[in-house]
Design a protein around this ligand. Structure first.
Ligand code: UDP
Length: 140
């Protein structure tokens, strides 16, 4: 059993897609073990995406990620990290496979509706960014 950090980004929250996005993950057998809606400050967005701090899109990305509320959640399941990445689809919706969340809902390469941890190391940093241990509740 594995856990991963998923975020519904501001474009998804703003367009009322919270339920639709969570349903897609649940239908694929992933389980919500923690969930909250928060608004990141610019500083928090920079901290969350610090691995990208040298990239040309960093300023724009962190402005966007602090522009409105996000929904953060921890999902649990077999190979949750890899499966969530498959269900989300490619970063750029133009390259995303049919049926993926980003193909269905993303606006562009930046406003791409969802985030999912890309490795066990990322999940181990991203889960405590939003949640303390006592907020993580497995369903079974
Ligand atoms: N991003 C962007 N422009 C790019 C690449 C990425 O605005 O050229 C944004 C996009 O929101 C993406 C996030 O930065 O989801 C993190 O980039 P990463 O390459 O880690 O993509 P992901 O793992 O989210 O698919």
């Amino acid at each position: 059993m594995e856990r991963t950090l998923v975020m519904i980004k501001p474009d998804g929250v703003q367009r009322n897609l919270i339920g639709k996005v969570i349903s897609i993950f649940e239908e694929k057998g992933l389980r919500v073990v923690a969930l909250k809606k928060v608004k990141l400050s610019k500083e928090q967005a920079k901290q969350f995406y610090v691995v990208h701090k040298e990239r040309p899109f960093f300023e724009s990305l962190t402005d966007y990620m602090s522009s409105g509320p996000v929904v953060a959640m921890v999902l649990e399941g077999e190979q949750a990290i890899k499966r969530v990445r498959e269900i989300m689809g490619a970063t750029d919706p133009k390259e995303a496979q049919e049926g993926t969340i980003r193909k269905l809902f993303a606006i562009d390469k930046e406003k791409n509706t969802v985030h999912g941890s890309d490795s066990p190391e990322s999940a181990a940093k991203e889960i405590p960014f939003f949640f303390s241990e006592y907020e993580l509740l497995s369903a079974e």
